[in-house]
Unconditional design. Structure first.
Length: 121
């Protein structure tokens, strides 16, 4: 299943999602809450991992991670960075999330990490 929000697309899998935020978006608290509500409605009380593919250039307000840290069923966060700038930004952002946060350069590696992480919770 793929959900098309106005500012991103979210692909749903059994226990993780892959999100692609649109070019030029600023991912702020309001948009983060919209994603979170959508994910919680889908997964209900089931643990899940959030994977974002940084295909496009967009901004992230690091304050969104304090809210995301409180989502009990969110067990981890992965960024698939396809360039140095995306990886560098993600490395800075990981300081704000109080959950496992990893950076990858391939989606398949992030998916494997998500599945292994969920085996331990």
């Amino acid at each position: 299943m793929i959900a098309d929000l106005k500012f991103c697309k979210i692909g749903f899998f059994d226990d993780y999602v892959i999100c692609n935020v649109n070019e030029g978006v600023t991912l702020c608290t309001k948009k983060n809450k919209e994603i979170t509500v959508f994910l919680l409605n889908h997964f209900q009380n089931k643990p899940f991992v959030y994977i974002t593919e940084r295909i496009h250039s967009y901004s992230v307000d690091p304050s969104i991670y304090s809210h995301s840290s409180k989502v009990e069923t969110l067990k981890g966060f992965a960024v698939v960075a396809f360039n140095y700038f995306a990886a560098s930004s993600a490395d800075y952002e990981k300081n704000f999330l109080e959950k496992p946060f990893e950076i990858f350069n391939e989606t398949i590696a992030a998916e494997h990490w998500a599945k292994n992480l969920l085996k331990t919770v």
